[in-house]
Design a protein around this ligand. Structure first.
Ligand SMILES: CC(=O)SCCNC(=O)CCNC(=O)[C@H](O)C(C)(C)COP(=O)(O)OP(=O)(O)OC[C@H]1O[C@@H](n2cnc3c(N)ncnc32)[C@H](O)[C@@H]1OP(=O)(O)O
Ligand SMILES: O=C([O-])CC(=O)C(=O)O
Length: 371
């Protein structure tokens, strides 16, 4: 038995949800480039759950459900008010999602219909939790969700209490499409491992949020913004990045376990970052990002991943840095839940082996003789 560090190259399951083949990402066989240009996030979520794009009446039905479920239980809202105000926003989301299960009478109903319904509920409720926490930690009352608008629109509305402009809604909607699923990434794997014990969907999504939080995965989008802030201005990019590379520090938002020739999602986010910069008359974050890319790709051959340009996109949309990873979760919960449903459909416990490298033939010494 020989271990493969980080399970690199190990094929751990079959799946018909998303694929990465020769650097091309598809959801249910549709190229991400096509979806990013022509599908809304709600259509994309439907595609992930049901395996096909919705007709207009199916989409209307899903939107109605999302609207009905968007309010979170009053108890969860009250609990959010008890969290320390400086709670990490992903920790708050993880805890709140876990507690949603306590107030859902169908939490342990394992029928496929109940699980699909809970997937839609989770999709509807995550944005409400994230926006509510953003207000509560500042001592403000949360803004209640409204029905009849898209998830992107509703989220921006709940965050600011004002009607968002169309450009911002469109940009966020496209970012949500791009982040919705990604084969067997770490958080999706965590979700599948959890539910493969036949634990409930809330446990699976709670595990996934915990895995997404780390800076080697979803947490990288926030870490990219920390780096951009540390650099401060375009004049400092070269010296700071060269120093980091010389120190063999990781440059956040670069590199990928699967893509070695570039992440197909990054170009969409780069374009969005450029267009939003132009529209707002402030191109500095975009220009700094392009310069960083030139240096890192030039010197290390590493390409930007999905997290790199999303940092400048969200900042230009005036979203607080520590909400970037929760926004990733708002999108990825569609993929996590699609994978959870797929795991339940054809389940087997996920239980790999470990290659033992510790001491052998040890004995229990009397306590007085232990060093
Ligand atoms: C949504 C997402 O999860 S996308 C990924 C988000 N994460 C990040 O952006 C964090 C920065 N990137 C990384 O840490 C890595 O590239 C990962 C975690 C994404 C992939 O990691 P792995 O496949 O395990 O690659 P690994 O860490 O082994 O890197 C291979 C080599 O490239 C280097 N490398 C990889 N990424 C980077 C980076 N961002 N900056 C500098 N060097 C890097 C490593 O130091 C290593 O060099 P070495 O062989 O000289 O030691
Ligand atoms: O697939 C991965 O390893 C990470 C990633 O890009 C994602 O989850 O979107």
């Amino acid at each position: 038995m020989t271990a493969t560090k980080g399970l690199e190259g190990i094929v751990a399951t079959t799946s018909s949800i998303s694929s990465i083949i020769d650097g091309v990402l598809t959801y249910r066989g549709i190229d991400i480039d096509d979806l990013a240009e022509h599908a809304s996030f709600e259509e994309t979520a439907y595609l992930l759950w049901y395996g096909k794009l919705p007709t207009q009446s199916e989409l209307d039905g899903l939107n109605r459900q999302l609207g009905e479920y968007a309010a979170i239980p009053a108890q969860v809202l009250e609990q959010l008010k008890l969290y320390p105000k400086d709670t990490n926003s992903m920790a708050a989301l993880r805890t709140a999602v876990s507690s949603l299960a306590l107030y859902d009478p169908s939490a342990n109903d394992m029928s496929p219909e109940a699980n699909l319904n809970k997937a839609i509920k989770l999709q509807a409720q995550l944005p409400t939790i994230v926006a509510a926490f953003a207000h509560i930690r500042e001592g403000r009352e949360p803004v209640a969700p409204k029905a009849g608008v898209s998830i992107a629109h509703n989220f921006l509305y709940m965050l600011t209490g004002q009607e968002p402009d169309e450009v911002a809604v469109k940009a966020l909607d496209q970012a949500l499409v791009l982040h919705a699923d990604h084969e067997l990434n770490a958080s999706t794997f965590a979700a599948r491992v959890t539910v493969a014990t036949l634990s409930d969907i809330y446990s699976g999504v709670t595990s996934a949020i915990g895995a997404l939080k780390g800076p080697l995965h979803g947490g990288a989008n926030e870490a990219v913004m920390v780096m951009l802030e540390e650099i401060g201005s375009i004049a400092n990019v070269e010296s700071v990045i060269n120093q980091k590379l010389a120190n063999r520090e990781k440059i956040m938002g670069f590199g990928h376990r699967v893509y070695k020739n570039g992440d197909p999602r990054a170009k969409h986010l780069q374009k969005m970052s450029r267009e939003l910069g132009k529209l707002t008359g402030n191109m500095e974050l975009y220009e700094m990002s392009v310069k960083i890319e030139e240096l890192v790709t030039g010197q290390k051959g590493l390409k930007p991943n999905v997290d790199f340009y999303s940092a400048s996109v969200y900042t230009t949309l005036k979203i607080a840095r520590d909400l970037f990873t929760p926004i990733f979760a708002i999108s990825r919960v569609s993929g996590w839940t699609a994978h959870i449903l797929e795991q339940y459909e054809n389940n087997r416990l996920i239980r790999p082996r470990a290659e033992y490298v510790g001491p052998v033939n040890q004995k229990v010494k009397p306590i007085a003789e232990r060093g």
